[in-house]
Design a binder for this molecule. Structure first.
Ligand SMILES: C[S@@+](CC[C@H](N)C(=O)[O-])C[C@H]1O[C@@H](n2cnc3c(N)ncnc32)[C@H](O)[C@@H]1O
Length: 225
């Protein structure tokens, strides 16, 4: 799947929540749900008002702007130049945005906390996911926390694709390399990546009010290096 093309097209086709696929049950997520998600992220990362936060796969910064009240400043990175242009329109002097691929960007800065939310499924191979985590670690201060949130859960694959017609449609999309959900990860794969990179990771279940809790989980990494 050409994910850059996929996200550039979303940027052209809508605005706000729609541009970053913040949809549940066919409707855009309400702003108060997004605000509650931002609050939960701030708690999971223990964000402090002096923290510089790195938001990888920030999209149009719909979520980043809601995280801003919990920290000092945010740097956002995304490979969709069209979504980054939308983010830049927000015009806050406490946020800066860069076009870059999550596995390769270099900012030559390190951050107190790092988040990558609702995007890990687009890294469809184990080695690519590992490269992305390695790159986030390279931008994290010693002791920094890294949250990978809203990861599609391999164990819940059949909860998401819960009917023969959905499974057939998944299979047909897969054959055409057009599956728009990406990879369902097993928490053990993230444990293995953390072990290989010499850091500690913990799988966190989501709370039931979260819109995708029935098939997604969160994962918290501490950069002990
Ligand atoms: C579903 S949106 C999530 C946006 C935001 N993190 C949120 O939670 O609302 C997924 C984002 O991941 C970005 N993305 C996907 N693959 C990427 C990659 N390899 N490098 C950088 N950004 C990527 C897309 O451009 C898109 O903005």
């Amino acid at each position: 799947m050409d994910w850059k093309h996929f996200w550039d097209s979303k940027a052209m086709a809508g605005e706000g929540a729609k541009q970053v696929g913040r949809i549940a049950g066919g409707k855009e997520l309400e702003a108060d749900v997004m605000l509650a998600i931002a609050k939960r992220i701030s708690e999971q990362l223990q964000l402090e008002d002096t923290d510089r936060l790195l938001d990888v796969c920030c999209g149009n910064a719909y979520l980043s702007q809601m995280l801003l009240p919990y920290c000092n400043s945010i740097a956002g990175v995304d490979f969709s130049d069209k979504l980054i242009r939308e983010a830049q329109k927000l015009g806050s002097d406490r946020m800066e945005f860069y076009v870059g691929d999550a596995s390769q960007f270099r900012l030559n800065q390190d951050f107190d906390k790092v988040v990558l939310y609702f995007s890990f499924q687009y890294f469809e191979e184990y080695e690519l996911g590992k490269k992305v985590i390695e790159n986030m670690l390279q931008h994290a201060k010693p002791g920094a926390k890294i949250l990978i949130g809203d990861i599609c859960d391999r164990r819940k694959f059949f909860t998401y694709y819960n009917s023969p017609s959905k499974l057939i449609s998944w299979f047909k999309q897969k054959l055409k390399n057009k599956n728009d959900m990406g990879k369902f990860w097993h928490p053990k794969e993230l444990d293995k990546i953390c072990l290989e990179l010499g850091v500690t990771g913990t799988c966190l279940p989501q709370e039931s009010w979260q819109p995708y809790a029935h098939y997604r989980f969160d994962y918290l990494i501490c950069n002990e290096k």
